[in-house]
Design a protein around this ligand. Structure first.
Ligand SMILES: NC(=O)c1ccc[n+]([C@@H]2O[C@H](COP(=O)([O-])OP(=O)(O)OC[C@H]3O[C@@H](n4cnc5c(N)ncnc54)[C@H](O)[C@@H]3O)[C@@H](O)[C@H]2O)c1
Length: 325
């Protein structure tokens, strides 16, 4: 049976790929965003697919408007993505807290209101982040899974910890179950903002023959967005019976090896792509064994394949004169 799924922040990178996946599966995506921006949709979705997406201009931090939207749409599930990224939260923590923290509380309040009105609870899957963890040096374990110590070093990471704790509190106080997912460096067409967006932007620069510096070094866990979309959609289809949070893994690759992998697919890229600065302040040894055990059969896209797929889309956009770095 087709599912109606409300995607908050649906004009963003994650939202675009999740819409694509839902449409491919015959589900009904309903998008909420602060503004209708279709540039990422146009990279991935056909005009006929875009025409199928219902859009609502609502601020996630506007409690009244969000509750009214959920009451009107009665979605089977909510995939909650709307958020401000690391640099914006660093520069404006108050705005960050309003969108990232109040916005997430609003999702749970909307679910609570649905139940009070006698409707089924929407299933909730929300984007947390590996930014709940601290840098590599803080962890003794080889594999950093779901229960490793939370040691965020950014406002963004602190807000994600707050959201995970609030999700737990809504389970304990109101029996509202939820699933949180914590990805690290997600890449693919449409990735254009945020601290870990630079590897994707380097691919676009290399295709255009432009020099590009990735402003961090060291290892991180790379995961293609199509794989992450599979995780969100799979989790949104199955009722949860608790408040759970899963760490998301990926290919753990050092910066010189990432650049070498790009160079194999785009010969000459290593002359254009440089890297500088410290490693990301987020542990790289993230492990998603428990997520994959909970949802058997999740997609796995090795880095080479994910890079190849990304380059294919970027080359097509470039040929159309539409590739931006
Ligand atoms: N991109 C990554 O590698 C990564 C890694 C871990 C976690 N995440 C999380 O995944 C989620 C999606 O990330 P993304 O890469 O798609 O980000 P994105 O910036 O591409 O998209 C976020 C969307 O949220 C919308 N938004 C911002 N403020 C809003 C508001 N007040 N009301 C409604 N919508 C608002 C934006 O307009 C945008 O369309 C976020 O919660 C992010 O923290 C992303």
């Amino acid at each position: 049976m087709p599912q109606k799924i409300l995607i908050t922040g649906g004009c963003g990178f994650f939202g675009t790929w999740i819409i694509k996946r839902l449409l491919d599966d015959g589900d009904v995506p309903v998008v909420l965003d602060v503004a209708k921006t279709t540039k990422r949709w146009e990279m991935i979705l056909s005009p006929a697919e875009i025409a199928k997406v219902a859009f609502h201009q609502v601020k996630i931090d506007d409690t009244e408007a969000l509750l009214a939207l959920v009451a009107a749409e009665k979605p089977d599930a909510i995939i909650h993505l709307a958020a401000l990224q690391v640099p914006t939260c660093r520069d404006n923590p108050l705005a960050g807290a309003k969108v990232n923290v109040i916005g997430t509380l609003n999702i749970f309040e909307a679910a609570k209101a649905q139940r009070s009105a006698g409707h089924p609870l929407p299933r909730i899957v929300y984007a947390s982040s590996a930014a709940v963890f601290g840098p590599d040096a803080e962890y003794a374990e080889t594999h950093v899974g779901d229960h490793a110590a939370l040691k965020p070093t950014t406002h963004y990471g602190a807000f994600k910890v707050c959201n995970e704790s609030s999700a737990k509190a809504y389970w304990i106080a109101n029996q509202i179950p939820s699933v949180g997912l914590r990805p690290l460096t997600v890449y693919g067409p449409g990735r254009d903002t945020g601290m870990t967006s630079f590897p994707t932007r380097a691919l676009a620069a290399a295709i255009k023959g432009q020099a590009f510096d990735i402003p961090f070094n060291g290892k991180t866990a790379y995961i293609h967005m199509r794989e992450v979309a599979d995780m969100f959609v799979t989790a949104a289809r199955r009722p949860a019976s608790d408040s759970v949070v899963y760490t998301v893994g990926g290919d753990i690759v050092d910066m010189p090896d990432f650049i070498a992998a790009v160079d194999r697919l785009l010969p000459g890229a290593k002359k254009l792509i440089t890297s500088s600065g410290a490693p990301l302040p987020i542990v790289s040894r993230v492990d998603d064994a428990s997520l994959r055990a909970a949802y058997p059969g999740l997609l796995r896209i090795p880095l080479d394949q994910g890079l190849r797929e990304t380059i294919e889309v970027f080359k097509r956009r470039d040929a159309e004169g539409k590739l931006e770095v």
